[in-house]
Ligand binder design. Structure first.
Ligand code: MN
Length: 340
């Protein structure tokens, strides 16, 4: 069968490998669609400290169960499913307190073990979610990026009527925007440096957009909030240099959700945090958010296909990577048809 294998940084190709088998407790999934994520690009570039090569990447995928391993209950051959990539141990401190997405022995499908860019993948049954009636496999391949949005919003504890500022209108920024609207937040400001992305954000319901390259974001937010600042800030721009500005943009008692996997230090003024009693929260992957996202998708409150800019056949995957490397502004979510 075909698989997209990264053998070393910048060394990748579609190759033939043996068909995997479903071990006890696992399910074999025929992958229909898989989305390319920024983190796949980091792995391809060798910028992910957790990955060991060779690796078949892909953590955003959906398909049909083709075999069910020994001891698996509640799943049958032919089920339409999508896969939560977070594998946790269940025993460590974070797992014991209900935070398995930061498990001490965390493994991520598509990072620590082989993922969805292959025609068949064996995954733990515990990570498999059956699709609600009527939800397409293409949309379901995008549950994972929405789970990121659901997680960061949960970490930020929004209250009814809270204003939200989203930094970055890439795919993750847009999933946060859609999820925030589904949660009932009404005033959502989105900033980015690309007008095309901001236009998409407005189409998807942003009430205000700010191009940080041409406008003074702090002045604009101050004006929009009557000088109060925003209680909720979600950082989907992942530029550490923006952290000091976030402290200034936040209202007193504000919550700032950080998503970027960026090792660069930033200057953080402790006084700003204390004075306003800000809450800074990290958000990693998702803490069992797949059921919530699936329900919101099935009820039509999220529009995942609006994020898809390209649908490409599996063989075109190297070209897709080339495009994302050289013309990222041309793409939103690239969906690969693996064995649809
Ligand atoms: Mn992703």
């Amino acid at each position: 069968m075909k698989a997209f294998q990264v053998s070393a940084p910048l060394n990748y190709r579609i190759t033939e490998i043996d068909l995997p088998e479903a071990a006890p407790g696992e399910v074999l999934v025929r992958v229909a669609f898989a989305g390319i994520c920024g983190s796949d690009m980091h792995i391809i570039h060798g910028d992910n400290a957790f990955v060991r090569f060779p690796r078949i990447t892909g953590h955003e995928f959906a398909g049909i169960t083709e075999a069910v391993g020994e001891g698996v209950e509640g799943l049958a051959i032919g089920d339409k499913v999508c896969i939560d990539p977070v594998i946790s141990c269940g025993d460590c401190y974070p797992c014991r307190i209900g935070r398995p997405n930061v498990c001490s022995a965390l493994e991520v499908i598509g990072v620590h073990r082989n993922g969805g860019f292959e025609e068949r993948v064996a995954v733990p049954a515990a990570n498999v979610h059956r699709l609600p009636e009527g939800l397409g496999l293409d949309a379901a391949a995008l549950v994972e990026p929405y789970s990121i949005a659901a997680n960061v919003l949960d970490r930020m504890q929004p209250l009814p009527g809270d204003r939200l500022l989203i930094l970055g209108a890439g795919v993750i920024g847009l999933t946060i925007l859609q999820m925030a609207r589904a949660l009932g937040l009404e005033e959502i400001i989105v900033s980015d440096v690309l007008d095309t992305r901001l236009a998409t954000a407005r189409e998807l319901g942003a009430t205000h957009t700010v191009n940080g390259r041409h406008e003074d974001l702090e002045a604009r937010v101050s004006e929009l909030t009557g000088g109060e600042g925003v209680p909720l800030i979600a950082d989907a721009a992942c530029v550490p240099a923006l952290l000091p500005a976030m402290l200034r943009l936040a209202s007193p008692a504000g919550r700032i959700g950080l998503l970027g996997f960026n090792p660069t230090p930033s200057d953080l003024v402790q006084l700003e945090v204390i004075k306003k009693e800000l809450t800074l929260v990290g958000s990693r992957l998702n803490n069992r958010k797949f059921p919530e996202v699936l329900e919101r998708m099935a009820s039509g409150r999220l529009d995942p296909l609006a994020l898809v800019s390209h649908r490409l056949p599996f063989d075109a995957m190297p070209d897709a990577i080339d495009m994302l490397d050289h013309h990222p502004e041309r793409a939103r979510k690239v969906l690969i048809e693996i064995d649809a």
